[in-house]
Design a protein around this ligand. Structure first.
Ligand SMILES: Cc1ncc(COP(=O)(O)O)c(C=O)c1O
Length: 463
């Protein structure tokens, strides 16, 4: 089987998105690269959006798209859901303010709801992003174990700070052997933190993971993992169970980073799916209903490291001599537990309690139908995923980890993405698909029609 005559879709893209180009040019006068986060960029320039509703999003040229990015999975109910808008309006009306800066009842009521789905989170704290949540989880693990280094898996993302900015998307030439991966920095400016490099582990390869963990056990405070890599490559059950057992034996805290998978692979995240209890869990995205949030929770004994006591505030008067601050794990934030955001998050969870099962079935149908279209057109294509997330990979083989993913035809996938953009299907090139409760039968039909058109255009069967 060969793939021939790949039409380049870039010309049509440029013609359809002239205003996006102009807007990006203007933005570059103020923002490096015209963007506020590097992930928003793609070549030659990203689509600039101006309005949205339900499963749809509209760009500055008036093109409409079915949105599968869903703000990187945050919008589990789609754009502008009434439940979220109403919950926020009610909260604002009831509170008479946007923010207290003091404890308020919704902080523990929301925690109660989270704990009902994530019983491993015996105590929890709020942060303002997933990045902050994993940062705090690592600090908690370090304080609890008294050890100084962490291990992470190749290809896994946990936020944008020094300890974890290694080997997320490393070039294979620099990444070492499959079973002995090297830490490859993902950013300039990390040079002064070289002694904090994490140990890099190979996902779904138990023998090598076990060897590396045993080798570094004395220095490892934590292993942090995306239990479903990128939200779509699941850990093998035996692998995750072995990881749980070994980390407990070696006294290494096991952190499940469920920022992507929480309320997506199952209501109770990957830990519900696998029936495995991590020591610490981080959540984000869906739990903020589209607003910035992170949550870190876990064993009471670990979380209580951050429990204030006596004169344990860094700002206590005369702290130099008498403050207990240094014995307590520092965690603070002006906006932590923001009442309006918690109201939005709670509304999102309440709605998912009604609609999640249906959205999972819907996602499975879409995956099966996309794969069927691939087969029909003789195309190596899989829609790999769990729950309400999946990704389309151009291959016929099973994907178990980052290096398998690198062997798939990424260039072809990019071509498909641009063709789909031109057909009104939005996902950032190469990104995963996040399905919301707002995606319905019409969107499914339109998406499959667009796929059919694109696959026919892009591929031709050999004879
Ligand atoms: C698994 C995982 N952890 C952490 C983060 C960082 O979260 P945030 O972007 O809210 O800082 C992300 C974001 O995509 C994520 O997917």
């Amino acid at each position: 089987m060969a793939i021939q005559n790949i039409e380049h879709p870039m010309m049509k893209y440029s013609n359809r998105t002239k205003n996006s180009y102009r807007e990006m040019e203007k933005a570059a006068n103020y923002l490096p690269g015209g963007v506020t986060a590097n992930i928003k960029h793609f070549s030659p320039y990203p689509v600039v959006m101006e309005s949205a509703g339900g499963a749809w999003i509209k760009d500055v040229d008036g093109n409409q798209y079915i949105d599968y990015l869903m703000a990187y999975g945050s919008l589990a109910l789609g754009h502008g859901h009434d439940d979220i808008k109403q919950a926020m309006a009610d909260q604002l009306a009831k509170d008479g303010t946007v923010l207290f800066g003091t404890p308020h009842p919704l902080e523990y009521r929301f925690a109660e709801k989270i704990q009902a789905y994530y019983p491993s989170m015996e105590r929890l704290r709020y942060t303002n992003s997933g990045t902050e949540a994993t940062l705090l989880a690592i600090r908690l693990a370090t304080a609890y174990t008294g050890k100084k280094r962490i291990a992470k898996f190749e290809g896994h993302y946990h936020g944008g700070y020094n300890e974890v900015l290694y080997s997320i998307n490393p070039p294979l030439v620099a990444a070492g052997e499959m079973d002995d991966p090297r830490p490859v920095p993902e950013s300039s400016g990390l040079e002064m933190f070289t002694d904090q490099r994490p140990v890099i582990l190979p996902f779904n390869r138990w023998q090598a993971t076990e060897r590396l963990l045993r080798q570094h056990a004395d220095e490892l405070a934590a292993v942090i993992i995306e239990p479903v890599q990128g939200g779509f490559i699941p850990a093998e059950k035996q692998f995750i169970e072995d990881l749980r057992k070994l980390t407990a034996t070696l006294q290494i805290a096991l952190i499940f980073d469920e920022v992507k998978t929480g309320f997506r692979v199952a209501m109770g995240g990957a830990q519900e799916l696998y029936g495995v209890k991590p020591d610490l869990t981080t959540l984000g995205k869906v739990v903020g209903g589209g607003f910035p949030i992170g949550i870190v929770g876990g064993k009471e004994a670990i979380l209580n490291r951050s429990r204030p006591k006596g004169n344990g505030d860094v700002f206590d008067v005369g702290q130099g001599k008498s403050s207990a601050a240094r014995e307590i794990l520092f965690h603070s934030g002006t906006y932590n537990g923001h009442p309006t955001i918690l109201a939005a998050g709670l509304a999102a969870i309440h709605r998912l309690e009604q609609d999640f099962a249906h959205t999972v079935l819907y996602t499975e149908t879409m995956r099966k139908d996309i794969e069927a279209l691939g087969r029909k057109n003789g195309i190596p294509l899989k829609a790999v995923g769990v729950g309400t997330i999946f990704n389309v990979v151009c291959t016929e083989t099973t994907i178990r980890h980052y290096r398998d993913l690198q062997k798939t035809d990424l260039e072809l996938r990019k071509q498909i993405d641009f063709h789909l953009l031109n057909e009104g299907i939005y996902t950032k090139p190469l990104n995963r698909y996040s399905i919301s409760t707002a995606h319905g039968e019409r969107e499914l039909e339109l998406t499959l029609t667009a796929y059919e058109t694109v696959l026919k255009r892009v591929f031709k069967k050999k004879n």
